[in-house]
Write a new protein. Structure first.
Length: 359
C-alpha cells in the first residue's frame, strides 16, 4: 500500500516534469513563430524569477505566489467537497474592495490594518455565501453562478474606483492604503511583505481544519457523494454553505492582503489590473498541488515564478506582453493537466469502489 502510493506520486512528479518540458517547448514555438528568440526569452524568465543570486527577483516570485495560495486553497476546499467553485476571482475583488473601504475611513492608526483584513475577509465570505445559497437552496450550477458573480464583483470595484473611492490625484487607481495599514516588507525594496508569511500560516491551518476537525471531515465526506453524506447523517446543504463561505473568506483575505501588502500602489488599479487573474490562476495552483493545502505552497511558488518572470521576457528578449501572457497561459495549462488527471483518476477509483454513486 505504502509502496503503491509512493510509486503513484513518483509517476506524478515525472508527469509534472514532462508537462513543464512540453509547455516550455510549445511556448518556445510560439515565441519563435512571432519572430523572437526563445532562448533569450526563457533566460530572461528564469533570471527574473528563480535566480538564487539575486534576492530581488526571488522575492518577487514569492510575492506573486502569495495571492494564488489563497485562491488555490479556495478551489482545493471546494474540490474536496465535490464542488467546482471558480468564484475566487470575484471573492478576491471583494476582499480588496473591503480593504480599500477601510482605507477611506478615518480610523485610529492601530485599527486600520486589522479592520482592513477583517472587512476584506468578511466581504469575500459574503460573496461566497451568495453562490453557496444558489447551489444549496436552488441547485443552481456553481460554475454559472460564480462566473456571473465574478463579473458583478469586477464592475462593482470599477464603479467604486470611478465614483467614491478613486484617488483624486491619480484616476487610474483607488485610494491607497495609508502607511499605518500596510504590512512590513520581509525584504527591503521588494514587493515581498508579511502577507507571504500569513499565507503559509493559513495554508497550514487549512490542512489542520480539513484533516483534524469535524467540519473538515464532513466536507471530505460530501466529496465522496451526496448519498454518502446523507447516509452519514450530514446535511449536504449546510456543508455546501460552509464550503463557499470558507472559500470566499480565504480569497477575500488574499485580496485584502494585496492592498495591505503589495507596493507600490497599495490600491486597486484600473480594471483591477494588479489583482486580475489570481483567482483563475489559483485553480491551476490547486490542481498542481493535488488539492492539498500543503502541496499548494510549492505549486504556488512555481506558478509565481512564471508570473514574476514575465517582465524579464519583455525586457531581455523584447517579447510583447500579449505574447508573454499567451506563453504563460500555455505553460500553466500544461502544468494543470497532470494534477487534473491524477485527481480525476483517483475520483474514478473511489466512485467505482462505492458502486458508481455520482457526487
Amino acid at each position: 500500500m505504502v509502496n503503491s502510493r509512493f510509486t503513484e506520486y513518483l509517476v506524478y512528479i515525472g508527469n509534472v516534469a514532462l508537462a513543464i518540458l512540453i509547455g516550455l517547448a510549445l511556448g518556445a514555438l510560439i515565441i519563435w513563430l512571432g519572430g523572437y528568440d526563445p532562448v533569450k526569452a526563457y533566460t530572461g524568465l528564469f533570471e527574473t524569477s528563480f535566480n538564487p543570486s539575486d534576492y530581488y527577483y526571488f522575492a518577487s516570485t514569492l510575492s506573486y505566489a502569495t495571492p494564488v495560495i489563497f485562491t488555490g486553497l479556495t478551489f482545493a476546499i471546494s474540490s474536496r467537497a465535490g464542488i467546482f467553485n471558480i468564484g475566487a476571482e470575484g471573492q478576491m475583488y471583494m476582499g480588496a474592495l473591503g480593504a480599500v473601504i477601510v482605507a477611506s475611513m478615518n480610523l485610529p492608526s492601530p485599527l486600520i490594518l486589522p479592520m482592513a483584513l477583517i472587512t476584506g475577509t468578511l466581504m469575500g465570505a459574503l460573496w461566497g455565501l451568495i453562490a453557496g445559497l444558489f447551489r444549496a437552496l436552488r441547485n443552481v450550477n456553481e460554475v454559472v453562478a460564480t462566473i456571473m458573480l465574478n463579473w458583478i464583483a469586477f464592475w462593482i470595484i470599477e464603479y467604486a474606483r470611478n465614483y467614491g473611492l478613486g484617488d483624486p490625484r491619480r484616476q487610474e487607481k483607488t485610494i491607497s492604503m495609508p502607511i499605518e495599514g500596510r504590512l512590513p516588507l520581509l525584504v527591503k525594496n521588494t514587493e515581498l511583505s508579511m502577507a507571504f508569511v500569513i499565507a503559509l500560516v493559513i495554508a497550514i491551518l487549512v490542512y489542520i481544519f480539513m484533516w483534524r476537525t469535524k467540519i473538515g471531515y464532513y466536507i471530505r465526506v460530501l466529496g465522496a457523494g451526496v448519498k454518502t453524506a446523507k447516509y452519514a447523517g450530514i446535511d449536504p446543504r449546510i456543508i455546501t454553505l460552509y464550503v463557499f463561505i470558507i472559500g470566499g473568506a480565504l480569497s477575500g483575505l488574499g485580496g485584502a492582503l494585496e492592498i495591505c501588502g503589495r507596493p507600490p500602489t497599495y490600491a486597486i488599479t484600473t480594471a483591477a489590473s494588479n489583482i486580475a487573474g489570481f483567482g483563475f490562476t489559483g485553480i491551476s495552483v490547486s490542481l498542481l498541488g493535488l488539492n492539498h493545502p500543503i502541496l499548494i505552497i510549492p505549486a504556488s511558488v512555481i506558478i509565481g515564478g512564471l508570473l514574476a518572470g514575465s517582465r524579464g521576457m519583455q525586457i531581455k528578449a523584447k517579447v510583447p506582453l500579449e505574447m508573454v501572457m499567451a506563453v504563460q497561459g500555455l505553460i500553466i495549462i500544461a502544468l494543470s493537466v497532470p494534477g487534473f488527471t491524477f485527481v480525476y483518476r483517483r475520483w474514478r477509483i473511489k466512485k467505482a469502489l462505492r458502486g458508481g454513486e455520482s457526487a
